[in-house]
Design a protein around this ligand. Sequence first.
Ligand SMILES: Cc1cc2nc3c(=O)[nH]c(=O)nc-3n(C[C@H](O)[C@H](O)[C@H](O)COP(=O)(O)OP(=O)(O)OC[C@H]3O[C@@H](n4cnc5c(N)ncnc54)[C@H](O)[C@@H]3O)c2cc1C
Length: 303
Amino acid sequence: MPHAATIPEIIRNAPIPTWFGVGGRADRMVRPQTLDELRACLDLDPGLRVLGSGANLLVDDEGVGDLVVRLDAPRFCRVEFGEDDGVVRAGPGAALARLILDCTRRGLAGVQGLAGVPASVAGAVRMNAGGRFGEIADVVRSVTILERDGTMRTLRREEIAFSYRTSGLDRVVILEVELVLSPGDPTVLRRRLLEVMAHKKSAQPMGAKSAGCCFRNPVLVRTIEGIGSAGQRVSAGLLLDRAGCKGMAVGGARVSERHANFITASRDAGAGDILCLMDILADRVEQTFGVRLEREVVVWGRR
Ligand SMILES: Cc1cc2nc3c(=O)[nH]c(=O)nc-3n(C[C@H](O)[C@H](O)[C@H](O)COP(=O)(O)OP(=O)(O)OC[C@H]3O[C@@H](n4cnc5c(N)ncnc54)[C@H](O)[C@@H]3O)c2cc1C
């Protein structure tokens, strides 16, 4: 069924806001206000890309030709709390940080370990955001998605291929996320949240322009002394650090001295600098340890 009548206004040559703060523009961007408008966008461009908060995203300097969709309208940013059942329903564009604060205030435990992870709710689910204090998959009960053909479906947690920093929900539009949290004491939860934040601040360059960890933590195929044993998932940051990558730079892109898996971008950096530095880093780790690092950062460009 075509939905052409309700295509939202198309913004041409639109900047794409990302945490790196670099890269090209979108030829066409839309901000649908309703589900019908979103469906109409899919009719217009089934290959469209959905922007979350841009915290795990690098846009190539050439920009993006596909339609870019921002789900920041009130319809897509709602958060509803169940009466007494610990269930939280959140729209894709809801800010994860706000949701964590609201849950903490209401005495709902399970998301405090994600404190300090910049994300929209959908971006967090798509990437299965997390770290040493847990990941969002731990508290997901279901995810409602829109397929590229406009079909809406609700997937139960068991139907979603969550694993380390991935959900398998790569081709769909995430429309709503249902979380189940447990009761907790707000004072204790607040203390936990502050501890997690303090840990992140001490270990990561939170104030700098970055996309968090650039590379996924790899699973070792053979034991590397001082790093880990065969079959173990080890820190990409540790490998990068031991390979002497801290401080390496290309143009305005630099490997953080605080955390070797973070590339920070200066005001004059280009996306090309970051991409080039990532290639150099991956080569360096491969030459040093025989381990090929894979990107965690999502890269958008022209196809
Ligand atoms: C300072 C800093 C610290 C960070 N620390 C962590 C950390 O501790 N742990 C961690 O896991 N990550 C971390 N990150 C990375 C980032 O916060 C996460 O990957 C986060 O989940 C990205 O969410 P987002 O909304 O910004 O997604 P975006 O970067 O906007 O998008 C990421 C992907 O999700 C897709 N997406 C977004 N919305 C939808 C939707 N509605 N439907 C379908 N797909 C969608 C996009 O198309 C894209 O492919 C950090 C980043 C920064 C900048």
